[in-house]
Design a protein around this ligand. Structure first.
Ligand code: ADP
Length: 210
C-alpha cells in the first residue's frame, strides 16, 4: 500500500483533488469525517471534551457545538492545546486502523488521506508521500468567498490564521497547482497518479511519534 497525505490550505482544492484521485482508483480517507465521528455522542472523546469544557458546549441533542468550541479555543491557546491532546490521538488511532484495514485487504492500495493540518500536527512523518494542493492566496480568497459566502475580510482572516501555503512546499513530494481550470488540474492529477504505485515505505510509519 502507498499511504499518502493530501494537504493544502483552506479552499485550496483538497476535496476536489481527492475526488479526482478517487475516480482513478484511490481509496480516500477524510480526516475531518473521523474527527466528527470521535466527537459525536457515544464517540471516543465526547466524554472527555464535555468534562473539560462543560455542558455549555453542547446543543440540545447533546451534540458538541463545534462553532461554540471553536470560539472558545480560538481565543485561548491553552484550551486549544488541551482539545488537541484529547482529539488528535483518537483521530490518529482511527486513521491508522482504517489504513491497516484497507492495506490488509488490498496490498496495492493507493490510499489518499485528506488531512488539512497534516504538516502543522506533524503527521507528514506518518505517511509515505505528501501531496500539496496549491493555489495562490488570491485564488484561495475568491474560492472560499464563493463556497462559504464569506466577506473579503472573513476570508482573509481565515487565511491569516493558517500556516502560509508557501511554507508547506518544502514538505511536499508532489505539488498540484490548482490555480487554473479543473481540466488543467485533472491533467496534473493524471501525471501524479502514474507516479504513485510502488512508492510505499512502510518502515517510515513505525517512526511516527505522537
Ligand atoms: P478544500 O477541500 O481545500 O477546502 P475545495 O476542494 O472544497 O477546497 O475547493 C474550494 C472551492 O473551490 C470549492 O467550491 C471548489 O468547487 C472550488 N474549486 C476547487 N478547485 C477549483 C478549480 N480548479 N477551478 C474552479 N473552482 C475550483
Amino acid at each position: 500500500m502507498v499511504n499518502i497525505g493530501l494537504t493544502g490550505g483552506i479552499g485550496s482544492g483538497k476535496s476536489t483533488v481527492a475526488r479526482l484521485f478517487q475516480k482513478r482508483g484511490a481509496y480516500i480517507i477524510d480526516i475531518d469525517a473521523i474527527a466528527h465521528l470521535v466527537e459525536k455522542p457515544g464517540g471516543m472523546v465526547w466524554n472527555r471534551i464535555v468534562e473539560y469544557f462543560g455542558r455549555k458546549i453542547l446543543n440540545k441533542n447533546n451534540i458538541i457545538d463545534r462553532e461554540a468550541l471553536g470560539e472558545i479555543v480560538f481565543r485561548d491557546s491553552e484550551k486549544l492545546e488541551e482539545l488537541n491532546s484529547i482529539v488528535h490521538p483518537a483521530v490518529f488511532d482511527e486513521w491508522r486502523r482504517r489504513l491497516d484495514d484497507i492495506g490488509s485487504k488490498d496490498e496495492d492500495a493507493i490510499i489518499i488521506s485528506d488531512i488539512p493540518l497534516l504538516i502543522e500536527v506533524g503527521w507528514h512523518r506518518a505517511v509515505d508521500l505528501v501531496i500539496l494542493v496549491y493555489t495562490s492566496p488570491d485564488v484561495q480568497t475568491e474560492r472560499i468567498m464563493e463556497r462559504n459566502c464569506y466577506s473579503y475580510k472573513e476570508a482573509k482572516d481565515r487565511l491569516r490564521a493558517q500556516m502560509p501555503m508557501d511554507e508547506k512546499i518544502p514538505f511536499a513530494d508532489f505539488v498540484i497547482n490548482n490555480k487554473g481550470t479543473l481540466e488543467e488540474t485533472e491533467a496534473i492529477v493524471d501525471r501524479v497518479w502514474k507516479e504513485l504505485p510502488g512508492k510505499g515505505r512502510n518502515a517510515k510509519n513505525q517512526e511516527m511519534k505522537r
